[in-house]
Ligand binder design. Structure first.
Ligand code: FES
Ligand code: FES
Length: 162
């Protein structure tokens, strides 16, 4: 057993786990943050995407012990002051979810994508970057619409603040 200490959604969190424990299982089972889903646990589906040190990663592709000391954001950490994150709000507005199983991973991937590309994000790039996130309900059209809408809103807000 090893002790793992992380900063999760701005707070220090720690727990003991076996060395073979995947980060996604540590987050769900030791920290109780079940918004991060497990679809495959073999890095295929993207349901488990979180942010680690500011970048989106599939949390089933990393051991919890490897992540110790890092700064993690999960879907539970996106909303602030009682308001949905703009990407969450856009998924809601544009019906970017059906059963919702893939949604946390889609949203975390989209937030990272928008942060990296800003106003230069276009449909082709969104579709290419969502390649690692599978929606079994096949609602890709509205997911892409939601990401582009959130991108426009976040970019405009950033420009207004400058
Ligand atoms: Fe991690 Fe599917 S659970 S990619
Ligand atoms: Fe059902 Fe994507 S909304 S898996």
């Amino acid at each position: 057993m090893s002790k793992v200490t992380l900063t999760v959604n701005g707070r220090t969190a720690s727990g003991e786990c076996e060395d073979r424990t995947l980060l996604v299982h540590f987050i769900r089972e030791k920290l109780g943050l079940t918004g991060t889903h497990v679809g495959c646990d073999t890095t295929q589906c993207g349901a488990c995407v979180i942010h680690m040190d500011g970048k989106s990663v599939k949390s089933c592709s990393i051991l919890a012990v490897q992540a110790s000391g890092s700064d993690i954001t999960t879907i539970e950490g996106l909303a602030a002051n009682g308001e949905l994150h703009p990407v969450q709000a856009a998924f809601k507005e544009h019906h970017g979810l059906q059963c919702g199983f893939c949604t946390p991973g889609m949203v975390m991937t989209a937030v990272d994508m928008i942060n990296r590309h800003g106003g230069a994000l276009d449909e082709e790039t969104v579709r290419a970057e969502l390649d690692g996130n599978i929606c079994r309900c096949t609602g890709y059209h509205n997911i892409v619409k939601a990401v582009l809408s959130a991108n426009a809103e976040m970019h405009a807000a950033k420009q207004a603040a400058e």
